[in-house]
Design a protein around this ligand. Structure first.
Ligand SMILES: Nc1ncnc2c1ncn2[C@@H]1O[C@H](COP(=O)(O)OP(=O)(O)OP(=O)(O)O)[C@@H](O)[C@H]1O
Ligand SMILES: NC(=O)CC[C@H](N)C(=O)O
Length: 767
């Protein structure tokens, strides 16, 4: 057939001229579409069903081409009559790889024969609209119609999507009338809001975490990942003649359970971004009754240190997760080496002598050693292993040309560095591209979840598993989580430490997990924050307030209250003996929940209040203590009025006051906190470490992030707590009227040290 004839055939199947021309350019699609149309010609159904034929032509995987006549018959007989059923058909074929299709199971899977009437659709939609009636009336055209479409889909799986959508629109219109000008304006606003919405959902990875307070488990249950064993239905998965067998073996080993892994490099500490990865991997497994490995990805020996292995595990456990098993990429070094020999023998890997510079960049020249004989490759690879070739003089490369032009990724390189676990056994170490997929395969991982930047590595991942004929897991990618006003890169944090800007990796101004623990962030707050961020394909960049607000939510319920004065001013009650008050006062730990216990504090003739709670001559809105205004003391049931101010030079150093019991007549405008029998405490007040949102963006901070330090990021104060206050490191308290604070592990017997976790409100300011 001439090109013109083919074009005409495509157009008569219903393609526009432009679509037909595009199809001509795609060699595989063109060929497959012609085959399908020739098959369809036997049924004389070309013009009616052309678009459905095109649908299979564009979606059919090469291994299913043998099923073309089968599918065409179903389409021609109007049994597969819409794209929904067609997609189900393709999905069925991908998950059932046998040559002979089980017709009964197939028809059931595709809903063939199920007829859904317009009346049924109308009725189900009516019920849904009734359910959401109040919200629809309130939100009008801002209401998310997707909720109703999804519910209808759940109830009437095979209803025609277009008919459903039209009916939903119609019923909503009947309920709330046509769009008003206000609806139009607010929907424009909403659209603008959505543009900056960090939780933009991409691809099949979805959840509605912005809906309400979902837990990690709720979010993970909603993710639309494949079920174990259903690898073949995922996009881009490569099916070979071994796939079916390998998947069967895989399912036998796993018992059909979800298996994930969290694979950090033990070359540094974990940060807030890793908390997301931990929650996704451990959380997804837990939510599906599966298991998750903690696998140290230790293939760069010179960067790895024992303390990082320990620190990583500690933080995973601190977030509340228990690995099913702890493994290391290095556990598989022998196996990886054996498989490298297999690859070489298959002619799929070769020893190359190009240096790093030569193979860098886009479209580098092909290696002149690409076609060297297998025997020579085996000898040279053995020389590499024995340390007979110098570092940088040879690599083992995989023979795969990727779409993006990247060619032959490196599998092994020479490094004369001892490994923290395998010592001097190896001087060749496998790369990420070579190691990761094989380790995933050996551990029978079902979902290899990683960040978006690894998407371009997916082809190598799939290629290598298939080249070695081993089980191939499915890789899913999600967006990284980044935080404004901080840096998380290990190199940059190290610089901050070296320059004495922060004290260590766990300095509470950083966003490493150890720093957040030291600052008093409860792990549940971090997990909830991660749940709120959701699992999307888009990179998420948030301000610290987002996580801080979760911290407040948790600490409100868990941190007992106590009174601590951070900038003390001495107050002497001159009529103390007359007021007849007990010297020990019982204070509830949680005022909203008195049954959760109380603690005792002392009261006496000398107390300390905050300097800022006294102003000699305040403005008229000031509600606390002044020369002419009394103030109440929390829990003591008395008010104090100033009799005398005592100065040292210009500074007030003491107040003499008279106390009176609070009663119906004497009701102060405000009650302040105080401490009487004191214990010295050091209080470390933290602010953001950097002034700019993106301190490491050279466009924002010309001189670099080291020049962007907020000079007030740490202020150390000395105050008083009640002498009886007992604490353990990391314990959190709510200091009345000030904020949430956590006991720093630097605390000694003689000095209690607190870190400010967060202020009480996002924009704190006392009146
Ligand atoms: N900011 C982040 N957001 C979400 N996941 C992350 C983030 N950083 C790392 N991860 C994921 O955590 C897992 C372990 O990470 P690993 O320590 O090897 O990463 P990394 O990229 O070297 O981290 P970094 O360089 O930021 O310290 C990987 O799956 C990685 O994709
Ligand atoms: N696939 C992944 O999750 C990547 C993990 C790997 N340790 C890395 O970040 O380099």
């Amino acid at each position: 057939m001439s090109a013109d004839e083919i074009l005409r055939m495509f157009c008569s199947a219903g393609l526009s001229e432009q679509k037909a021309a595009e199809t001509m350019k795609n060699q595989n699609l063109r060929k497959r579409f012609i085959t399908i149309l020739n098959e369809a010609a036997k049924h004389k159904s070309l013009s009616e069903c052309g678009m459905l034929y095109y649908h299979i032509a564009s979606k059919l995987k090469p291994v299913h081409e043998k099923h073309i006549p089968f599918l065409v018959t179903y389409i021609a007989e109007k049994k597969l009559d819409n794209t929904q059923r067609l997609d189900a058909a393709l999905q069925y074929l991908s998950s059932n790889l046998k040559d002979n299709v089980d017709v009964k199971a197939f028809e059931e899977y595709c809903g063939i024969g199920i007829i859904i009437t317009a009346d049924e659709i109308e009725q189900v939609i009516e019920e849904c609209i009734e359910k959401y009636k109040n919200t629809i009336i309130k939100e009008r055209y801002k209401f998310n119609v997707g909720i109703i479409l999804q519910e209808v889909r759940n109830k009437l799986k095979w209803a025609d999507g277009r008919i459903v959508k039209n009916e939903v629109d119609l019923q909503i219109l009947n309920l709330i009338g046509v769009k008003t000008e206000e609806d139009v304006v607010s929907s424009i606003k909403k659209d603008k809001g959505n543009k900056s919405n960090i939780r933009k959902i991409l691809g099949p990875i979805e959840n509605n975490s912005n809906e309400c307070n979902l837990s990690v488990s709720d979010v993970m249950k909603k993710l639309d990942f494949h079920k174990p064993g259903q690898n073949t239905i995922t996009e881009g998965y490569i099916i070979t003649e071994n796939t079916e067998r390998l998947l069967e073996e895989h399912l036998k080993i796993t018992g059909g359970k979800v298996r994930t892994r969290f694979p950090p490099e033990p070359n540094g500490i974990l940060h807030i971004g890793h908390a997301k990865a931990i929650n996704i991997n451990f959380g997804y497994a837990a939510a599906h009754d599966g298991i998750c490995f903690l696998r140290y990805d230790d293939t760069n020996p010179e960067k790895e240190e024992e303390k990082f292995f320990i620190g990583i595990r500690e933080m995973v456990e601190w977030l509340g997760y228990r690995p099913y098993k702890i493994t290391h990429s290095s556990d598989y070094f022998d196996k990886l080496y054996e498989l490298a020999l297999v690859l070489i023998k298959k002619g799929l890997a070769y020893v190359c002598h190009q240096n790093q510079k030569e193979i860098k960049g886009f479209n580098p020249p092909p290696s002149p050693w690409r076609d060297r004989p297998v025997t020579e490759n085996l000898i040279l690879f053995e020389d590499m292993r024995k340390g007979l070739i110098d570092e940088g003089q040879a690599t083992l490369r995989m023979k795969i040309t990727l779409k993006e032009g990247k060619q032959d990724p490196i599998a092994y390189r020479i490094k004369f560095s001892p490994h923290p676990r395998t010592g001097n056994k190896w001087c060749i170490y496998p790369t990420y591209d070579y190691t990761h997929c094989i380790c995933d395969s050996l551990e029978n991982i079902t979902h290899s979840l990683c960040t978006k930047e690894f998407q371009s590595r997916r082809p190598t991942y799939y290629w290598l598993c298939n080249a070695l004929n081993i089980y191939c897991p499915v890789q899913w990618e999600y967006g990284r989580l980044n935080m404004n006003y901080t840096v998380v890169s290990k190199r940059k944090i190290l610089k901050l430490i070296e320059n004495g800007i922060v004290r260590n990796w766990d300095d509470p101004r950083l966003f490493t997990l150890t720093a957040l623990r030291r600052r008093g962030f409860p792990p549940e707050a971090i997990n909830r924050f991660c749940a709120k961020m959701g699992v999307t394909g888009a990179q998420v960049v948030v301000d610290p307030q987002m996580v801080e607000s979760e911290v407040r939510n948790i600490l409100n319920d868990t941190a007992p209250r106590t009174m601590v004065v951070t900038e003390p001013l001495k107050v002497c009650i001159i009529n103390f003996k007359e007021i007849n008050i007990t010297e020990t006062i019982d204070v509830v730990n949680f005022p909203n929940n008195p049954e959760r216990g109380s603690h005792k504090i002392s009261f006496g003739n000398v107390i300390f209040i905050e300097k800022s709670d006294y102003k000699s001559e305040p403005d008229k809105n000031y509600r606390r203590l002044s020369l002419n205004q009394s103030v109440g003391l929390r829990y003591a049931g008395i008010t104090i009025s100033v009799i005398n101010e005592i100065f040292d030079n210009d500074e007030i150093i003491e107040l003499q006051v008279k106390a009176q019991p609070v009663n119906a007549l004497i009701k102060p405008k405000a009650f302040i906190h105080w401490v009487s029998n004191t214990k010295l405490v050091q209080i470390r007040m933290y602010e953001r470490l950097f002034n700019h949102k993106n301190p490491d963006d050279i466009n924002e901070v010309k001189e670099g992030y080291l020049s962007d330090i907020n000079p007030n990021s740490l202020q150390i104060m000395e105050g008083f707590a009640d002498k009886s206050l007992e604490t353990v490191p990391f314990q959190c308290f709510q200091f009345e009227r000030i904020g949430f604070f956590c006991v720093d592990p630097d605390t000694t017997n003689s000095l209690l040290i607190f870190n400010r976790t967060v202020t009480l409100k996002e924009d704190s300011g006392k009146n």
